[in-house]
Design a protein around this ligand. Structure first.
Ligand code: ARG
Length: 267
């Protein structure tokens, strides 16, 4: 089987060099499943259940959804745990085609990147050690707070305690905020609701609690593209197909054990 396939590839390659017009432009032909264009994807994989490392592979809801969307759009994806800052830099320098990392669509980010239509509704949540007096967002005032640098959790925390408040420690990866909570370096973490709940679920002995607050407003995740990328339209169409053919629901139920509300995702 492998042998036959290899021979076939060689045969195709040979005829390509003789008859370029029959072969599309440089390795981008979309016809056969074996020669789909590979898109380079960056992520920050300490953000379970959206992306996390599992036996050396990036796994999670985002991974399943992006794989399904890419398949629908006729691409392959190569997802690398680049980290958050490198992901954003890589998109700006066009070294990456896609950022898939639970990234919230914000007006400010839209100036620099393009986003797919929304694929997940989220909101900020506070995680704190049992015994710390936090029952609402206002209680963050005067507390040592941990956030992932440059995220909407940082924005949400700053909205409560002020932008240049030195009580906010900023970490480059989401997991580092939880480590800081465990070590006592911070008293509270502000992060995305599903990530907060997943952390509590996976760490039943950590002695942490969560609290939500209406001051935190809903936000929506989008797939991130370099500004002006043609991929946006193709992935929007693919996402729509996944909403309609049940694939999105299947993936959502796998990771969240409940039905998604598709209405909030339709723009
Ligand atoms: N949704 C938040 C934001 O866009 C946090 C995303 C963090 N993602 C991650 N993989 N660490 O700012």
């Amino acid at each position: 089987m492998t042998f036959t396939f290899k021979k076939a590839t060689i045969a195709i390659a040979a005829s390509c060099s003789l008859l370029l017009s029959a072969c599309g432009s440089g390795g981008e032909q979309q016809s056969g499943s074996e020669d789909k264009k590979v898109l380079n994807v960056g992520t920050e994989a300490t953000f379970a259940p959206f992306e996390f490392m599992d036996k050396g592979e990036v796994s999670g809801f985002d991974v399943d959804l992006l794989n399904a969307a890419a398949e629908e759009a006729g691409y392959e994806v190569d997802i690398k745990n680049t980290g958050w800052d490198a992901m954003l830099a890589g998109l700006q320098s066009d070294q990456l085609d896609i950022g898939m990392s639970g990234v919230t669509i914000t007006d400010e980010r839209k100036e620099t990147y393009d986003f797919s239509s929304p694929y997940f509704e989220s909101v900020s949540m506070i995680v704190f050690k049992e015994g710390t007096n936090i029952t609402k967002a206002e209680d963050l005032k005067g507390k040592k707070i941990g956030v992932q640098n440059g995220t909407t959790g940082q924005i949400a925390a700053e909205a409560i305690v002020g932008k240049n408040d030195s009580s906010i420690s900023k970490y480059e990866a989401a997991a580092l905020t939880f480590q800081a909570l465990q070590s006592g370096d911070v008293e509270a973490v502000v992060t995305d609701i599903a990530v907060a709940l997943e952390y509590v679920k996976n760490n039943p002995d950590a002695g942490v609690k969560t609290v939500s607050d209406e001051q935190f407003t809903p936000e929506y995740y989008g797939i991130v593209f370099s500004k002006g990328s043609e991929l946006k339209a193709e992935f929007d169409e693919a996402l729509n197909t996944l909403y309609e053919n049940g694939t999105y629901t299947e993936i959502y139920k796998k990771w969240f054990d409940e039905e998604p509300n598709l209405d909030v995702l339709k723009e």
